[in-house]
Design a protein around this ligand. Sequence first.
Ligand code: S3P
Length: 167
Amino acid sequence: MRRLALIGFSGSGKTTLAGMAGGFGLKSADSDAELERLSGRTIAEMLGSGDEDSFRKLESEVICGLLTQDFSFLAFGGGVHAAHPVWNEILRSSVKILYLRGSFDELLARAGDRPLFRQLGVERYRDLYEKRLPLYERAANFTIDVSHRTLDEIWSEIDTLWRCISK
Ligand code: S3P
């Protein structure tokens, strides 16, 4: 059974698109939601307490757990590859990685209320975005542009990809 992991910066649509996959009967999961469920805390609470190391440790455990289950679509928090580049190796051996690429301004417009943005402010958030782009590019088996496109257009492209790789 093939699996597709969705990666990319906050606001690229990972969670929404994995949810759409779920709506089409494909089993999907979201690492942020799973992390909140298991810890009983929100991401904002975890990052807000300033202990990003503990957050990243838990995030890694959650992803290891998800990989042992039979999900077809996995949405990963935007910091996974940046925090632990070893994920590139682990994930490549068990899933196909789809990078949802978008422009900073568009992603910011969609995700400007997220905990990390509130914590960093616009300039440091932009730096983070720029630092991460090559990491996503390096990790990806496939890339889809999400800027200036509707969710239905993006989903249609993912669906084509999925039908091909899941055979
Ligand atoms: C993070 C992205 C968030 C969430 C956490 C950290 C990051 O997920 O995991 O706030 O480091 O980029 P989304 O990419 O779903 O917003």
